[in-house]
Write a protein that binds this ligand. Sequence first.
Ligand code: ATP
Ligand code: ZN
Ligand code: MG
Ligand code: MG
Length: 465
Amino acid sequence: MEMDKMDENDWKYHGEGNKSLVVSHLQHCRVLRLLKFPSEDSAHTRQTAEQAFRHIPNIVDYSKYVMKPLLGEKYVHSGEVVKLPLDFVRQLSLKVQQERPELRCDKVMDTFSGCGLCLPNLTQLPLHHLRDHRPPICVEIKPKCGFLPFSRHISKECKRKVCRFCMHQHYKLANGKWKRLSRYCPLDLFSGSKQRMYVALKNLLEEPQNNLKIFKGGELIFSCKDDAKQQPDLNDLIQHLRPYFPHSNGLYNSHQPGKVVLNELIRVICSALLSGGDSNRSGEPRKVHLSESRPHCEASPFPRDLLRNGNHSLPKDSVLAKILQVQMMDNLDIEGIYPLYKRVEQYLEEFPRERNRLQIDGPYDESFMDTVKNCPTEDDGSVEYAVGKVHQYRVAMTAKDCSIMITFAPCEEDEEHQLNLEKPRFTYSVSILDLDPKPYEGIPHQYKLDTKIANYYLRSTQAPP
Ligand code: ATP
Ligand code: ZN
Ligand code: MG
Ligand code: MG
C-alpha cells in the first residue's frame, strides 16, 4: 500500500473497541487500526498526537517481543506502524462518524498524529479462492479470564468460588452497562470439556454483550445491539448460516431446524478452539493440565451434577491453552500485586531516573521480555522482584482482555486442509488480536475495582434473610 496515495474512499468503517477504531480496505484483506481519545482530550491536540506517536510503536513492539513469543507465532499478527497523511485521516474520520455506534461516541478518533497500525483483515481468509459462493464466516470471541484466582493474598472467599466475569456481571448490571445478565462463564469455555464449552458458547449466542461478534464476508452480521434493551436476532443469524450447513436442513423430524444450525456452528467453533490453530495439521495433540485452580465457577449455569463427567484438559497448542497459560502469569492476584506496585512507586519517588532502566513504560523489547521470564519466584524484598511481578501481571491482563478470531469457509472436496472429515468441510484459521500493553498507572484503579466488584457481588447475592 502506498501511504502517500491514501484515499478515504478505499476504506470503510469496520468496528471499534474502547481504545481504537478499525477501518477495512474495500479490495485488499487489510485493516487500519487508529487510536481513540476521550473527546475532551482532543482540545489538547499536541499532547494527544505525541501520545499516539509513542503508543502505536509500543503496541507493535509489545505484540512482537512479548505477546507473540508467549502466545505462539501462528496466532499473533503484530502488524506494522504506518504514517498516514493528516488529510486522509481527517476525511476518514468524517466518513466513518455516522457508522459509529452511539455507545462508543464518548471518544473521538485520533486525527492528529497521522499514526496508525496496518494489520491483515482477520475476518477474511486471504487464500480463500472465489470458487465457492459462500464467503468466510468469522467468529470473534473475547473470552476474558478463564481461571479462579489461587493466590494466598486473596482476602475474600467468594473470589475463590465465583469467577471474575460472573461477579462483574452483577456490577455492570447495577451500573447500567448492560440490561441483562450474561450466562456465559469463561471457566466453561476454557474447561476443555465439549459439554461445558457448548453451554458457554450457547450462552454467548443468547447474550453476546461485547464478548461475541460474527462476520460474514467481512461484514458484521451478529453482535449486541446498540440499544441495550433489544435482543440480538438469532433467527437472522440462522438464515445467514443455513447455506454453510446444508445437511442440517433436512435433518430428521427436527422441530427446531434453526437449533441444528446453531449446534453445527458451535461444533465448528469448538473444534477450532481445541485445534492446533490451522487446519493443515493432524494427529492427536498432547494435552495439558494447567492447574487445579480452575475447576468450575459457582455462578455458572452449567448443571453441577454433570461436572463429574471426567477431568478435562486443553490440547497443548490450542489457542485456549495458550491464552490461559499467559493469563495465569497473574499468580499473586491484584491483592498481591498492589503492595508490590507501591514498593515500585516508593522506589521511583526516591530514584525517579530509574524509571527508564526498569522499563516501566517500555520500551517493550527483548530485555523487557527477559524481566518477565526471569522474575524470581520468591520475594527477596527487592525492587527488581516487584517490577518483574508487576510486568507479569500486566502481561496477564493483556491476555485476559484479548479476542480470538476464528475464520472458516467451506472448502472443496479435493482440498487437504480440513477441519473435520465428516459432514461439511471447512478451511479455517485462528488468530488472537487486541494485544495492547495495559498501563502501569492502571494498577491502583484495578485494585479499587476488584474490591468494588467483590463487595457488590456479596451484597447483591447474599440478600438479607
Ligand atoms: P477493546 O475495547 O476490546 O480493548 P480495542 O479498542 O483495543 O478493543 P480492538 O479489539 O483491537 O480494539 O479492535 C476493535 C474491533 O475491530 C475488534 O473487536 C474487531 O472486531 C475489529 N478488528 C480489530 N483488528 C482486526 C483485524 N486485524 N481484522 C479484522 N477485524 C479487526
Ligand atoms: Zn463464572
Ligand atoms: Mg478488543
Ligand atoms: Mg484492547
